[in-house]
Write a protein that binds this ligand. Structure first.
Ligand code: 5GP
Ligand code: MG
Ligand code: MG
Length: 184
């Protein structure tokens, strides 16, 4: 699939499928270097991180188990509310586990900084963060990212797990929406 299949909905492609996959290869190498043969408990943040988790765990050699959390700091619009709610909690006890949170994007950072301290308070031995994207200009809190894909400009992006009103998640690349789609 490419931008043409999207009609006029996409303004531009920011990161191609090849760029994303090459970056994930690099991230997986870095992750293997840090963890060695330690067991990693990967926690994917639903729903946006599904693609990153699925691709990344297949590139990691360290032994991995996966669990999922759904938290919400966004409605169906394009602005951060700053309010974090647990919509779906873990099924796994994180006590004494080495946790790797995998995210699609860090925007304000509010969700992840909340999530990281939440997991630390449950007794995780270590909590590290991997994210495909980060918007440095949108940061409202400092977050230590251990494994980073790309820093991107402060624009609303879709694709590769990221939605606008639940659409566009299936795209294998990341792009920006044409303003007419979100009424801009
Ligand atoms: P934060 O708490 O860092 O502001 O953002 C949390 C969540 O907002 C992200 O995990 C993601 O689901 C959503 N989000 C932030 N920026 C974007 C964006 O540019 N596009 C989309 N589709 N979602 C975003
Ligand atoms: Mg997310
Ligand atoms: Mg969303």
């Amino acid at each position: 699939m490419d931008a043409k299949d999207m009609g006029n909905d996409l303004e531009k492609i920011l990161l191609t499928e090849e760029q994303l996959q090459n970056k994930l290869d690099e991230m997986a190498r870095d992750i293997d270097e840090v963890y060695g043969s330690e067991d990693i408990l990967v926690i994917g943040v639903l729903r946006g991180a599904v693609m990153v988790v699925a691709d990344l765990v297949r590139k990691i050699h360290a032994p991995v188990t996966m669990d999922w959390m759904a938290v919400s700091s966004y409605g169906s619009g394009t602005k951060s509310s700053g309010v974090v709610r647990i919509l779906k909690d873990l099924d796994t006890d994180v006590m004494e586990r080495d946790v790797l949170i995998i995210e699609d994007i860090i925007d304000s950072g509010l969700t992840l900084s909340w999530l990281k301290s939440n997991l630390e308070s449950r007794g995780a031995r270590s909590v590290r963060i991997a994210t495909m994207l980060r918007k440095p200009e949108a940061a409202k809190v400092e977050i230590d990212v251990d494994f980073l894909g790309f820093d991107i400009p402060n624009e609303f992006v879709v694709g590769y797990g990221l939605d606008y009103a639940e659409d566009y998640r299936h795209l294998p690349f990341i792009g920006t929406l044409a303003p007419h789609v979100y009424g801009g």
